[in-house]
Design a protein around this ligand. Structure first.
Ligand SMILES: NC(=O)c1ccc[n+]([C@@H]2O[C@H](COP(=O)([O-])OP(=O)(O)OC[C@H]3O[C@@H](n4cnc5c(N)ncnc54)[C@H](O)[C@@H]3O)[C@@H](O)[C@H]2O)c1
Ligand SMILES: O=C(O)C(=O)C[C@]1(C(=O)O)C=C[C@@H](O)C=C1
Length: 363
């Protein structure tokens, strides 16, 4: 039996646990220092066992996944380095930054255990084990940051386990990871939060701001609802990259102000044209960048006409589908249909209708 210990069974830890639990030969144990969290993990059924004892979770583990906030990773690594772990045990993390955790791991001696940094490039603005789903990582990228001297056997073993998530594994140097992810994930979170707070201030004197906030505002600000502690840690940790990026952002904003002051129509058009072209060229599956607001997943049998039937029924009820994607469809095996909706009422009505048609709907 391969024992997988997950420290911090929240959105990411819980989603990983769901990918592993129930697979032949895998046993998943969750760890939190809080008894109430353990009870939630078990009640939600994402782990086979759970314990408040770090030692019990780590003892005999073949894999240890650290799924706690970035600010707690180094403390966990130090505590693991002081413990006797199973020879060959692989310690990995899912933190959104990689340089500091890699530097910390390099400075420690894990005996016969090995550390390999990791970061699944998938998530959502909701947190906690209640938001976990086994579909979270499907077709997303999963970054691994092995060192040049990390044994290939260990990298292969970790990659083999991660394949259960159905993510695409990519190998990236930790510093390069933080530079790129700073730009495509951390900077957008800062922009979304600053934008929402700017509008929140206007709204204090005139509630029409929030009343009129429609698709444009909601599309660009979904991630402003992300967990404050998780994001405090990410931004502080990657601050040197972010400060540079924000200065460049400031220059871009100044450039836009100047374009408007001189009424430079050509440049305004050009800005939209180049941005639109680049955005359209993004690969289809990039959760967190182009995900619509509300989506659900339906197990559908591979029968001719089934997708048409679903679309027709939703259309008859005047429920607007903003996007539709078949994630996997093989003969004789149920495929997964992903349906996206722009509004909560459309989403709620669709879920109700699909359930009444006998489909299993997952969120
Ligand atoms: N949210 C995302 O979109 C996303 C995506 C990829 C990676 N990550 C990374 O995954 C990690 C977990 O994020 P999440 O979104 O699952 O958050 P979450 O809040 O859903 O889960 C965090 C887990 O850590 C535990 N925890 C919180 N504070 C702790 C502490 N001081 N000591 C020990 N455990 C503690 C919580 O009980 C919870 O189980 C973070 O490092 C984050 O950077 C997040
Ligand atoms: O989709 C979202 O809500 C996310 O914020 C996911 C997202 C991202 O920015 O793309 C956020 C943090 C991660 O470390 C990886 C992915």
């Amino acid at each position: 039996m391969t024992k997988i210990a997950i420290f911090g069974v929240g959105l990411i830890g819980g989603s990983l646990a769901l990918c592993f639990k129930g697979k032949p030969g895998l046993h998943v144990i969750g760890h939190s220092h809080r008894q109430s969290s353990i009870e939630r993990y078990l009640a939600r059924g994402v782990v086979d066992a759970a314990t408040t004892s770090m030692e019990e979770a780590a003892a005999d583990a073949d894999f240890i996944f650290l799924c706690v906030p970035v600010g707690n990773l180094e403390d966990y690594l130090r505590r693991l380095a002081a413990m006797k772990l199973k020879p060959g045990c692989i310690i990995t993390d899912v933190g959104s930054t990689k340089s500091s955790v890699a530097a910390c791991a390099r400075s420690l001696d894990f005996g016969d255990a090995v550390f390999i940094g990791g970061h699944p490039m998938a998530g959502k603005e909701k947190s906690g084990v209640e938001a976990a789903t086994s579909l979270l990582f499907e077709n997303a990228y999963y970054v691994l940051t092995p060192e040049p001297d990390t044994p290939q056997e260990a990298v292969d073993r970790l990659a083999g386990l991660i394949r259960h998530t159905k993510a695409n594994i990519v190998f990236v140097d930790p510093d390069q990871h933080d530079t790129i992810v700073g730009a495509i994930s951390h900077l957008p979170h800062v922009i979304a939060v600053q934008l929402v707070n700017q509008i929140r201030a206007y709204n204090e004197t005139n509630p029409l701001y929030s009343a009129l906030a429609a698709g444009g505002f909601r599309d660009i600000t979904r991630i402003a609802s992300s967990d404050p502690v998780i994001w405090r840690d990410i931004l502080i940790n990657n601050r040197s990259v972010l400060i540079r990026l924000l200065k460049e952002w400031q220059e871009g904003v100044s450039g836009f102000i100047e374009m408007l002051e001189r009424m430079d129509e050509r440049m305004v058009e050009e800005a939209f044209r180049t941005a639109g072209e680049f955005r359209s060229s993004l690969p289809e599956r990039r959760r967190g960048v182009i995900d619509p607001l509300y989506e659900c997943y339906i197990d559908v049998p591979d029968h001719p006409g089934i997708i048409g039937k679903i679309a027709t029924e939703l259309g008859n009820e005047r429920i607007n589908i903003s996007n539709l994607q078949i994630i996997e469809s093989r003969e004789d095996v149920p495929g997964i249909l992903r349906l996206s909706f722009r509004t909560q009422p459309d989403f709620d009505r669709a879920v109700q209708l699909l359930a009444s048609m006998g489909f299993e709907v997952n969120m």
